[in-house]
Design a protein around this ligand. Structure first.
Ligand code: AP5
Ligand code: MG
Length: 253
């Protein structure tokens, strides 16, 4: 068991299928940190038929990126709605920022003024074949963003979400030709972002591995090293293990 002792504001970066959503979910459960995924927000807009959803649908299906200013507005309003723009909060971002322009806008307009800068940027490195194989076998529950894989973590009932029992679907951009375009977009737009964070103090940390289990073990160790501590569960303190991490930081979901 591990817990946070200091606020952790993290970004997960990585190509399509590298496991950003999977690792975010595991960190959320382990450290009780709330998180948001820009892709999940857009998929909910598409499902609800909003104006943003109509624009996003065709762009996503072509494997391209949405305009930087629009994405920054969408995510910034979510950060404000959740009261995350404060130095005492902990949170996880999956998929935003993914261009240098987005990072600059987020830092200058939102995080900097709130004294709530990102303090860990994780770059996931996974072999290309593994990523392609994973997205071919991926199913998602759009309302929650929960992700399944037909071989790695299949749903308990085939085709149904474990929590709600609602139907799962395949993402329209999870097709080999669109995957290739998303990967090219990643290389062109997101790799300069890694350089940006390299020059932003000691925030960037890269991790490589074939499987999400191998990566998660290293990631958890790094989060503990920077922001927390491991808790010996056999030493019962009478408070159920990780009370201080739960009370120290207020996160509104
Ligand atoms: P987004 O939804 O963020 O897609 P992505 O970046 O392409 O990443 P994915 O969600 O495909 O992969 P992931 O890394 O989360 O992997 P996962 O954990 O699911 O964005 C979609 C689109 O929205 C973009 O293309 C763009 O158009 C737009 N967009 C979003 N943000 C934007 C922004 N900031 N600016 C502009 N446009 C933006 O894992 C993949 C699969 O692998 C799953 O099935 C999982 O179960 C499985 N898996 C995980 N670990 C293992 C393992 N060890 N073994 C086998 N399978 C595994
Ligand atoms: Mg994802």
């Amino acid at each position: 068991m591990s817990r946070l002792l200091r606020p952790a504001r993290m970004l997960l970066l990585g190509p399509p299928g590298s496991g950003k959503g999977t690792q975010t979910e595991r960190l959320r459960k382990q450290f009780e940190i709330p998180g948001i995924s820009s892709g999940d927000i857009l998929r909910r807009h598409i499902k609800d038929g909003t104006e943003i959803g109509q624009l996003a649908s065709s762009i996503i299906n072509q494997g391209k990126l949405l305009p930087d200013d629009l994405m920054t507005k969408v995510v910034a309003s979510e950060l404000r709605r959740r009261h995350w723009l404060s130095p005492s909060t902990s949170w996880l971002l999956d998929g935003f920022p993914r261009t240098q322009a987005q990072a600059e806008m987020l830092d200058a307009q939102e995080l900097g003024p709130a004294n709530a800068g990102m303090n860990l940027v994780v770059e996931l490195q996974v072999p290309e074949d593994a990523m392609l194989d994973r997205i071919a076998n991926r199913l998602v529950h759009v309302p929650s963003g929960r992700v399944y894989n037909l071989t790695y973590n299949p749903p308990k009932v085939p085709g149904r979400d474990d929590v709600t029992g609602e139907p799962l679907s395949q993402r329209p951009d999870d097709d080999p030709a669109v995957f290739r375009k998303r990967l090219n977009e990643y290389r062109a737009s997101t790799e300069p972002l890694v350089e940006y964070y390299k020059n932003s103090g000691d925030v960037l940390w890269s991790v490589a591995g074939e499987t999400s289990d191998v990566i998660y073990a290293q990631l958890e160790r790094e989060v503990v090293r920077r922001f927390g501590e491991s808790v010996d569960e056999s030493a019962d303190n009478g408070f159920g293990g990780c009370w201080s991490g739960r009370l120290a930081f207020v996160n509104n979901n």
